[in-house]
Design a protein around this ligand. Structure first.
Ligand code: SF4
Ligand code: SF4
Length: 212
């Protein structure tokens, strides 16, 4: 069964089951009828890198990317490699609801402008199906296909709604498989604090809540 079929067939009977892995609580859909969980393991097909929307950067993303791409000037890095503009997020600190954010985004292609940010486009760092900056790829890429939010003093994570029918990493199984979520737990927790830092220090600004 494809992921899309799974969601359409099971939409009304999916339960939100929560599992803590490390310091993050994962929200995993559970289908009561088939008694299966929707797990995730990336198949490294590269599809999500052919259709990402704008890639918002944290302070730490900028620091890591500047070193990798050989920049010593922040201004030069931002003007040559980034686009400043508004991007929509599924959830944004401190609101924990969908919102728009004004921020720096890594250019996905050479002449990208603010008007392009919400249009899916192939990323220029994808070569032969692989990310050429994998070790320093933006936190937003590491966290995919999850988004994070905070509740009860702890970071939570749920699957994003975007592109879910085309990502090959989702699969149904009788058990939740915590081992698959260990690395994600670290990235999501670190990513949460990097986004908070970027907002608190003025790199990014919330614009307005919005409804998907
Ligand atoms: S589309 Fe899904 S399976 Fe393919 S690389 Fe992206 S996250 Fe992994
Ligand atoms: S930076 Fe790497 S992981 Fe992120 S969209 Fe581009 S190719 Fe994919």
């Amino acid at each position: 069964m494809s992921l899309l079929e799974f969601w359409i067939r099971n939409k009304k009977q999916l339960e939100d089951r929560q599992f803590r892995v490390g310091n993050v609580v994962f929200h995993i859909p559970y289908d009561r009828e088939t008694r299966t969980y929707l797990n995730f393991k990336c198949q490294k097909c590269g599809h999500c890198c052919t259709v990402p929307r704008g890639l918002p950067l944290t302070f730490q993303d900028i620091r890591r990317l500047m070193i990798k791409l050989g920049y010593s000037s922040v201004d030069k890095f931002l003007s040559e490699e980034c686009v400043y503009g508004v991007i929509s997020m599924e959830t944004v600190y401190p609101l924990n609801i969908p919102a728009k954010m004004l921020t720096w985004n890594l250019k996905r292609f050479k002449d990208e402008t603010e008007d392009d940010l919400m249009i899916p486009h192939r990323c220029r760092f994808l070569k032969n199906g692989l990310c050429t900056i994998y070790d320093v790829r933006p936190m937003v890429c590491r966290k995919y296909p999850f988004y994070e939010f905070k509740a009860g003093g702890i970071v939570h994570a749920a699957y994003t709604s975007e592109e879910k029918s085309k990502c090959k990493g989702f699969f149904a199984s009788r058990k939740f498989k915590p081992k698959l979520y260990v690395q994600f737990s670290k990235w999501l927790e670190q990513g949460w604090y990097e986004v908070v830092e970027s907002l608190e220090y003025g790199l990014s600004h919330l614009i307005e809540p919005f409804v998907y």
